[in-house]
Write a protein that binds this ligand. Structure first.
Ligand code: TYD
Length: 200
């Protein structure tokens, strides 16, 4: 069971992943929590390179792709084969939202690279924590330590947001939109509903 979390900056993914993790443990499941970029050994280095430099947008996409190949082959597939429920903070839909929507790279290129780098591994469920770009960005900035992406202009984040909505509407079976402006508990309850549905 492979579950991914997606959303704009400040959507509250990490908090919700933590809550779902704890909940699944109480049900007796084996759970593995991971993230992109940086979910593998080489990925940790790539993550640092991505954040500490200002690469060309094309190079940036290839770095996310390299991070994904390492993650899929060396971390995700082994964890899934071992029967674990995998919770992953960002995956292929981030590439669509950020590199296609945000950066405006060509769609056929981004989709092809996404397809190649994910090695055929599609999530069973994707939870899109939905918050308008300006509200999420404010939350992220209030948290401090703004990274290279968070410091992009609002228009960038609005394109990311729009792309998320579009991809969710095109794949409603896999991608479930959740209003991230509800309380922590309400969002968690909604997530539990969707997860229970696929665990059945
Ligand atoms: P991170 O610090 O992990 O923050 P969060 O997930 O809490 O926002 O930042 C990862 C950043 O990388 C985030 O701004 C989105 C971006 N990103 C892409 O642009 N493309 C991708 O394929 C992935 C996985 C992430």
């Amino acid at each position: 069971m492979f579950i991914t979390f997606e959303g704009c900056e400040g959507a509250g993914k990490s908090t919700q992943i933590k809550l779902l993790h704890e909940y699944l443990l109480t049900l007796g499941h084996e759970v593995f929590v991971t993230k992109e970029p940086g979910g593998s050994l080489l990925g940790e280095k790539l993550r640092a390179i991505i954040f500490e430099n200002e690469p060309e947008v094309l190079s940036e996409m290839f770095m996310f792709a390299a991070d994904r190949v390492e993650h899929v082959e060396r971390v995700l597939k082994p964890a899934l084969s071992a029967g674990k429920i995998v919770l992953c903070d960002r995956y292929i839909d981030s590439t669509l939202a950020y590199q296609l929507g945000g950066r405006g790279l060509p769609e056929d290129l981004v989709r092809y690279i996404n397809w190649v780098s994910s090695r055929g591994l599609i999530p069973d469920l994707t939870l899109l924590l939905n918050i308008p770009a300006d509200k999420g960005l404010k939350r992220a900035k209030d948290r401090g330590n703004v990274n290279r992406f968070e410091s992009e202009i609002l228009a960038f984040h609005e394109r990311v947001y729009e792309k998320y909505i579009e991809i969710a509407e095109n794949d409603p079976e896999r991608i479930k939109k959740i209003n991230a402006q509800m309380t922590l508990e309400e969002v968690h309850a909604k997530i539990k509903e969707f997860v229970s549905e696929i665990l059945k």
